[in-house]
Design a protein around this ligand. Structure first.
Ligand SMILES: [Zn+2]
Ligand SMILES: [Zn+2]
Ligand SMILES: [Zn+2]
Ligand SMILES: [Zn+2]
Ligand SMILES: [Zn+2]
Ligand SMILES: [Zn+2]
Ligand SMILES: [Zn+2]
Ligand SMILES: [Zn+2]
Length: 402
């Protein structure tokens, strides 16, 4: 009963971060004392320890003994799990002992054009990309015909698309792009011209010639020159066709030029001269063939037997005085024109040949030579066919010449 009147003290100590108290802070024996512990931020309450006084705690209360009491509130800092990121760019962690949660805004790191910033606390990306913060270089995006300047990181356009500016080698002087070249046509001497950049490329095409329209002839062959300037003889063949003659070479049916050798045995313009009988006044001639081109004489129409001009001459007949000068011949007494009337019209068959002889005579320079070198000699021959007719013609002829 005595002790009931004595008041004893309750002393509260702490360990860690927090505050603690007892209520009442002093009491007589038998009173109930209530303890209160409040952890500081970042800590939690762990337990009460009885330092002295030999009491038994019942939760946070005890019954005051007849002596002083000392108790201690033990606090400990939270022990957190790892951070977890939330949807709203925050992260949260919880105490594995008391479950207290801590939530903060994500922080730090650097957003770029391609990536969000990475939170330096929770290690997760957060926030928005920064379209102006490029990590790459300025670079060209190219097509066959154009270039566009972009950032290599995000391909954001720096300079709009424009056509390449080609140099002679087919490379763009702005972006450095090398043309792959296409189109155009290579010839035997020239590379193809690229339809995109205009540069020459590839190899000449040795089979692509440009033949001239006209033929060139050389050594009995004709060919087309290549207008591209290569030395190839296009379509070259030996000249062919046509017929060589005594004074003219054959003419090629393809190129129209003469080629090859003369054919001395082929006489195209062979003129037949009929036989003319000799008279007392004039030499005659045998039938013969004369080539107007080469001037040669032949005994036959096939020109197989060549003769000389002299071979054609038939000597005058022996003189017959009884017939001489008996009729009204032209007053001209020239030897070369005197013709006996006895022979006039002596041969009907020769009459038919007179046309050929006379027409040949009047043609002048192309006439074949007969009896002698003078025109008169020819006329003498004609007179043997028809002395009267020839004489009349001779008069006319002489008058013309005079
Ligand atoms: Zn805790
Ligand atoms: Zn975070
Ligand atoms: Zn970028
Ligand atoms: Zn370019
Ligand atoms: Zn090109
Ligand atoms: Zn060519
Ligand atoms: Zn030819
Ligand atoms: Zn001839």
């Amino acid at each position: 009963m005595y002790y009931d009147l004595i008041t004893f003290t309750v002393t509260v100590e702490t360990s860690g971060n927090g505050a603690a108290s007892a209520s009442p802070a002093s009491a007589t024996m038998g009173r109930t004392v209530t303890l209160t512990a409040t952890p500081a931020e970042g800590s939690h309450f762990v337990k009460w320890e009885v330092v002295s006084g030999n009491i038994v705690l019942n939760g946070n209360t005890f019954t005051m003994p007849a002596r002083d009491v000392t108790v201690k509130a033990v606090f400990a800092e939270h022990t957190y799990s790892g951070w977890t990121q939330n949807d709203n760019d925050t992260h949260t962690r919880a105490c594995t002992v008391c479950g207290a949660e801590q939530t903060e805004a994500c922080i730090g790191g650097e957003a770029t054009c391609t990536k969000e910033a990475v939170c330096q606390v929770c290690g997760q990306p957060y926030g928005e990309k920064d379209p102006d913060n490029h990590t790459g270089q300025e670079a060209w995006v190219t097509t066959a015909e154009s270039h566009t300047k972009v950032y290599s990181c995000c391909k954001a356009v720096i300079q709009q698309s424009e056509a390449h500016t080609w140099n002679d080698e087919g490379r763009c002087s702005v972006c450095g792009y090398g043309c792959t070249h296409s189109g155009g046509t290579a010839t035997c001497t020239q590379q193809a011209v690229c339809e995109i950049c205009g540069a020459l490329y590839g190899n000449p095409n040795p089979g692509n010639h440009t033949p001239s329209e006209v033929w060139t002839q050389e050594n009995g062959k004709h060919y087309h020159v290549c207008l591209n300037g290569c030395e190839t003889h296009l379509d070259e063949e030996a000249c062919s066709g046509g017929t060589a003659a005594c004074t003219a070479k054959a003419v090629c049916q393809v190129c129209g030029r003469s080629y090859g050798d003369l054919d001395p045995d082929n006489h195209i313009n062979l003129t037949e001269v009929e036989a003319v009988a000799a008279t007392q006044q004039a030499e005659g001639n045998t039938a013969y063939w004369y080539c107007e081109d080469c001037g040669r004489y032949f005994a036959d129409a096939d020109a197989s037997e060549e003769i000389s001009q002299e071979d054609t001459v038939i000597d005058k007949l022996p003189a017959d005085t009884s017939e001489n000068g008996s009729d009204g011949r032209p007053e001209n007494g020239d030897d070369t024109t005197a013709g006996g009337t006895g022979t006039a019209g002596s041969s009907g068959s020769q009459q038919s040949g007179s046309g050929t002889s006379i027409s040949g005579g009047t043609s002048g320079k192309d006439s074949p030579k007969t009896g002698d070198d003078t025109a008169a000699g020819f006329w003498m021959g004609a007179m043997t066919v028809s002395a009267l007719l020839a004489a009349c013609c001779l008069v006319l002829y002489r008058k013309k010449k005079a």
